[in-house]
Design a protein around this ligand. Sequence first.
Ligand code: AMP
Ligand code: ZN
Length: 135
Amino acid sequence: MLSCVFCKIIQGEIPAQKIYEDSFSLAFLDINPASKGHTLLIPKDHYELLSQMPENEYLAFMKTLQKVVKGLMKYTDGVNILQNNGKDAGQLVPHVHFHIIPRRPGDEIKIETWRTHHDPDLDKVQKVIQSLLKD
Ligand code: AMP
Ligand code: ZN
């Protein structure tokens, strides 16, 4: 997709700090990192949502995710993996990407601390989501 910024990176039309590339995927540094080494992993084909990826590409992509994570786990002792899927989830760039965010003791990043609440409808929610997964 021509207007997509990540497609432009893949096509070499705009520069990026590439750190790993294979036939399906590209990993490069986020231009506005949450921490030093904040990496984005994208599939080379344009899909907006993770759910739209064909299974073979998705499986290859997941293999590469683990490879990049293994490398970054040598860079720091912890990483958060974040995938904003859809506008409501905060996705700004409509091309599937994983954020791999290196963490360090005492950093001020707060990905893992969301506000929780009591849900009296757990049983109902379970049934609804279970049935959605059957399709
Ligand atoms: P998201 O909110 O999950 O869609 O995040 C998109 C991410 O892409 C943000 O963290 C941006 O900093 C990053 N980003 C946008 N444009 C570029 C670019 N040209 N090179 C590297 N990272 C980018
Ligand atoms: Zn794209």
